[in-house]
Design a protein around this ligand. Structure first.
Ligand code: HEM
Length: 399
């Protein structure tokens, strides 16, 4: 019999298909302590939502920096950067959060986001042009990543010739802080991370000297009034990550789902809700961490002050009390967007509109250009190992 002790987000089955297990937990142990994770886990939609909405009791401070898992030697190499992200917007509480969020939001106005649609369409077309004649390939490597990575690079102001470099280093950084790694590997990743930080530092200096029409220039112009230098470096680094990883992961998950459901191409009128239902049923993020500020009593369990908590949005998105028949994909589900894959409350994803725009545009263009896209029979798909994200390592298709 499976018990709450089996809650192991790093196990392959847990990323791929944890839903029977999570359903039992929601019913029998909606809040429990996971030994594997070293955290209390909240599984019900209403509890996850309430915790996201209550930043006084569920603090974000330090919640992204899981550096407890780093070996001493790695910490030595990282030096002052061992607690990197300490001033990133998702890792702080008000009033610091309010100030940082105000600055970042300036770059994500509805007009600025809408202006990126044409560019993203072109990038998606170009990615398809490169592989179309081949007749098939790996959707993840060939089509999912490049358009988002290039759009984000352009948005941030990373020169085209540096895009590959940035992509590789961002990946290392993500692995270092967010997935358990053996000590040797940690050292390699830590060195790569420092090289990357140095790069971003130089980019900020270049834009301070000569501003352009990009995110780095806008944020750099706020140094000294609204933001510190370090805050700007952390913002740029993490937003590069947001664009390089989350959207492609969500796109891969979505296409995999739509092809299995034999809904391809997605009819134009259904694209918007399809994007929400895909984010609900196969979310690219699995949840967010918080620290309990005080003892919190929930369902007979006391979460002690100082304890790490995982708000499991993955479980919440499959909560049968909110979503009827949650394991069924329903393209016309009326409340599909009640998922919290993009978070909820004051830290709600600042790039949400941009993420949604990319997903809608990608499904539309891919449907137009590759109407015969289908899965190729082969080995079962595998997911990347991460405690907060879900993304396929490969997805073999032909068109
Ligand atoms: C499908 C793609 C995406 C997913 C699933 C996703 C998910 C999330 C989630 C769950 C949070 C809340 C974190 C928390 O409460 O602790 C968040 C926050 C954030 N996201 Fe996204 N995200 C996506 C795309 C993006 C993009 C494209 C950008 C930027 C270009 C971005 C930038 C951010 C930032 C800066 C925050 C922090 C906001 C704050 O703390 O106020 N995200 N995202």
């Amino acid at each position: 019999m499976i018990t709450a002790n089996d809650f192991d987000v790093s196990a392959a089955w847990h990323v791929a298909a944890p839903y029977d297990f999570l359903r039992r937990l929601r019913r029998e142990q909606p809040v429990f302590h996971s030994e594997h994770l070293g955290a209390y886990v909240l599984t019900r939609h209403e509890d996850v939502r309430a915790a996201y909405g209550d930043h006084r009791r569920f603090s974000s401070e330090g919640s992204l920096t899981i550096s407890r898992s780093l070996a001493q030697e790695t910490k030595d190499v990282l030096g002052e950067h061992g607690s990197f992200l300490s001033s990133f917007v998702a890792n702080v509480d008000p009033p610091t959060h309010t100030r940082l969020r105000r600055s970042v939001s300036r770059a994500f106005t509805p007009r600025a986001v809408a202006a990126m649609e044409g560019r993203f369409r072109e990038l998606t077309e170009a990615a398809i042009d490169r592989v179309a004649a081949r007749g098939g390939g790996d959707f993840v490597a060939d089509l999912a990543h490049t358009p988002s990575a290039k759009l984000t690079a352009r948005f941030i102001g990373v020169p085209e010739e540096d895009e590959e470099f940035v992509k590789e280093h961002v990946k290392d950084w993500f692995q270092l802080f967010l997935s358990p790694q053996p000590p040797d590997r940690q050292l390699v990743l830590a060195r790569s991370f420092l090289v990357y930080l140095d790069y971003v530092d130089k980019l900020v200096a270049a834009r301070a000297a000569e501003p352009r029409d990009d995110f780095t220039s806008l944020m750099t112009s706020l140094i000294g009034t609204e933001l510190s230098h370090r805050e700007v470096v952390e913002l740029i680094s993490t937003i590069l990550l947001g664009g390089n990883d989350t959207v492609p992961n969500q796109l891969g998950n979505s296409v995999f789902r739509l092809l299995r459901e034999k809904i391809w191409p997605v009819p134009a009128r259904a694209v918007q809700n399809a994007v929400e239902e895909c984010m609900r049923i196969d979310g690219a993020s699995l949840g967010s961490f918080r620290y309990a500020r005080t003892d919190v009593e929930m369902h007979g369990v006391t979460v002690p002050a100082g304890a790490l908590c995982l708000l499991s949005t993955d479980s919440a998105a499959h909560d049968e009390t909110v979503f009827a028949e949650p394991e069924r994909f329903r393209i016309d589900r009326h409340n599909a967007d009640a998922h919290m894959t993009l978070g909820y409350g004051i830290h709600f994803c600042v790039g949400a509109a941009l993420a949604r725009l990319q997903l809608r545009t990608a499904l539309t263009v891919l449907g137009e250009r590759l109407p015969n896209l289908r899965l190729v029979p082969g080995p079962p798909v595998a997911y990347r190992t991460s405690i907060v994200g879900r993304g396929l390592t490969a997805l073999h298709v032909d068109w």
